[in-house]
Every structure is written in structure tokens, then in C-alpha cells.
Design a protein around this ligand. Structure first.
Ligand SMILES: [Zn+2]
Length: 175
């Protein structure tokens, strides 16, 4: 799983974010509640259901509306029913039936759903990103292009400084 996240053509911050997702380490209301930090685990977006990681990133009505606008017609029938780990794995796999670059689009969508939920929590409870699906698709296009440009220039000596700087980092162990 870590290798899959690490190898995905996405910025480092989103890789680390997905690592937190996979380990259920996102500070969702459900996790805050379990730690005794707040007294209500409800979702900050829909106020209907506990804000677990999978609720926030997929099952919340605010999230599912966006997914339905982004998912290709060839989407897996199980997209809205898989548990979190198989959900991440099946969507990051490059042999996904969702089409080319789906792994990037998937990762970018989860990242923005998380960012927007935090905005609602800490800045503006009524925040609603206009044209959310179009915004995400545009963000994903930029990233896909950056990675395509980077691989075009990968044969050049590093001193030309193309692409993002990859800092050596040892991933944390499973536990
Ligand atoms: Zn919700």
C-alpha cells in the first residue's frame, strides 16, 4: 500500500495525506471524539452521520455529489461500498477501469474534500466551493501535466532542476 501511494503521480503532500487516510489518522470529528477532544462526532458538513474518514471523503452528501460529477461512466460499481483500504488501493491502481490518470484525479479529489471540510470547521461553517468538480479537475490536470513534463525531462542531468525536488524520506513503519 505504501509503495502504491509513493509511486502515484501526485505531490508529496498528497502522498502523505493518503498515508494518514490509510492509517485512519486524519483528525476527523470521529477521531477527535474518540480521543475525548470534542463531545460530538457528527460531520461538520452535513450534520447527518458521524464524521469518519470514509464519511468525510466519500459518503457525506457533500462529497458524494462531487464524486458523482467526477467519476467516469466506467466507474467501478463498488466505488461507494468498499471499505477504506480496498477503496484507496483500487482507485490508486494504474490498471483501474476508471481510465488514464484516474489515480491522480482520485487523490486530488480526496485532498480537496479534506481541505474544504477543514475550511468549514475552522474558518467558515457555510463555506461551499463553487464549481467544485470543475475546480478539482483543473487542479488534477495541472498535476498530470507537471508529472508528464517531469518524466519527459527525467533523462536530463539533475542540475537542470526540472520537476519537484524529491527529498529522501524513509516512510514510517506500519505500526
Ligand atoms: Zn457529512
Amino acid at each position: 500500500m505504501w509503495t502504491l501511494i509513493w509511486a502515484s503521480p501526485i505531490p508529496q503532500r498528497i502522498r502523505f495525506f493518503l498515508w494518514l487516510v490509510r492509517h485512519e489518522r486524519l483528525m476527523t470529528n470521529s477521531n477527535r471524539f474518540a480521543r475525548g477532544l470534542i463531545d460530538n462526532p457528527k460531520c461538520r458538513g452535513c450534520l447527518d452521520g458521524d464524521e469518519t474518514t470514509l464519511h468525510l471523503l466519500r459518503d457525506c452528501k457533500l462529497a458524494s455529489i462531487i464524486w458523482k460529477a467526477i467519476l467516469p461512466p466506467s466507474r467501478n460499481a463498488s466505488f461507494f461500498s468498499l471499505p477504506i483500504r480496498p477503496w484507496i488501493i483500487s482507485n490508486l491502481n494504474t490498471d483501474s477501469t476508471m481510465g488514464e490518470n484516474w489515480n491522480t484525479v482520485f487523490a486530488v479529489t480526496t485532498w480537496w474534500l479534506w481541505k474544504w471540510q477543514n475550511k468549514r470547521c475552522f474558518e467558515d461553517p457555510d463555506f461551499c466551493q463553487g464549481q467544485a468538480a470543475a475546480f478539482i479537475k483543473m487542479q488534477a490536470r495541472h498535476i498530470i501535466k507537471a508529472f508528464a513534463d517531469k518524466s519527459k525531462h527525467d533523462h536530463l542531468p539533475k542540475r537542470y532542476g526540472y520537476g519537484e525536488v524529491l527529498v529522501h524520506w524513509i516512510p514510517p513503519t506500519e505500526n
